[in-house]
Design a protein around this ligand. Structure first.
Ligand code: MLT
Ligand code: MN
Length: 310
């Protein structure tokens, strides 16, 4: 199984278009120790021929152009693509908008939870991926199924599970009607397994907490990609970028007693890689103390183009 990080940044990317905060400014002027990052997406393939996207970011066109494995086969039909399916793990802008770039009548399959598919179904712009060519298949939680493209079995299975998270920002109602926290499948994690090798990994780019059910699920895993949005819960507030904490945004922090580094210590997950990294996160600076701490704790900071074979 081959896994490639197409985008390791959170929504907005790195640098974010309108951000003049320390890290976005540093990467923009090319400071040593920083690298630019596209928005949140992975690609996975069992055989190197059929690929599945895990989330479709607003940067998808660029991500495909920069990834030869995702190009049309030069000796193939006039219209062809190795992208056979797309899995969306929530309805956030950074995870669904790339679907619109996959118009042009190419068959593939969209997978998501009932809740996320309901959001796509409610917005007619996603009909540019016409449902007769691009079926939308629900992921029944806690039930492994075969990942199928329009005309091909990808050789992979997927098991989706709900994680503590949040509904999409654009669906939030404010005030006393606040509706954002959710553990019902608005945000899912997925376990992807190769049918040929039996090897598997977990991909959980949005997650508010490693609660006991999630800890049990990922214990002893070979490989985990986890929500690395923030280093500390209040960093966007202290950097003057936003009034929101990580918890308010549905994201666990890396550091602290409730953070992911601490939560993963007893779980024996062999390879741990942070993805969905926000422009406020000090680990974006390879020279930072935060980066050293994360790496000393056995974590890797994912980067665009990172390839893992399992
Ligand atoms: C998030 O991960 O919190 C979202 O991508 C935020 C957003 O939609 O901008
Ligand atoms: Mn996001």
């Amino acid at each position: 199984m081959i896994i490639k990080i197409l985008g390791s940044a959170a929504g907005g990317g790195f640098p974010q278009w309108n951000c003049n905060g320390t890290h976005s400014a540093n990467v923009r002027f090319g400071k040593r120790g920083y690298r630019a990052r596209l928005q949140s997406s992975l690609a996975v393939s069992d055989d190197g021929a059929s690929w599945v996207l895990l989330n479709a970011s607003p940067d998808l066109r660029q991500q495909i152009n920069e990834t030869p494995e995702l190009h049309p086969a030069a000796n193939g039909a006039l219209r062809n693509s190795p992208i056979k399916a797309v899995v969306v793990t929530n309805a956030d802008v950074d995870h669904i908008t790339g679907l619109i770039s996959l118009r042009e009548g190419q068959p593939f399959t969209i997978y998501g939870s009932d809740r996320v598919l309901a959001t796509l179904n409610a917005n007619s712009i996603f009909n540019v991926c016409s449902p007769d060519k691009v079926p939308r298949k629900p992921l029944v939680l806690d039930t492994p199924i075969s990942l199928e493209g329009a005309d091909v079995d990808t050789g992979l299975t997927i098991e989706a599970f709900a994680v503590p998270g949040k509904i999409a920002l654009f669906l939030e109602k404010g005030g006393s009607d606040a509706n954002y926290g959710s553990r019902d499948g608005d945000t899912i994690g997925v376990k992807i397994t190769s049918k040929s090798s039996g090897k598997s990994f977990f991909y959980i780019p949005g997650c508010a907490e490693v609660d006991p059910p999630l800890a049990d699920r990922i214990r002893d895993a070979a490989l985990l990609f986890l929500d690395g949005t923030l280093f500390t819960d209040d960093e966007m507030v202290t950097q003057g970028l936003s009034q929101k904490t990580g918890q308010r945004m549905g994201h666990i922090s890396m550091s602290g007693p409730e953070g992911s580094m601490e939560a993963l210590k007893p779980l024996n997950v062999k390879r741990r890689i942070y993805v969905h990294i926000n422009n406020s996160n000090p680990v974006l600076d390879e020279m930072s103390e935060a980066r050293k701490l994360v790496e000393a704790s056995g974590w890797e900071v994912g980067f665009d183009g990172m390839e893992i074979r399992l």
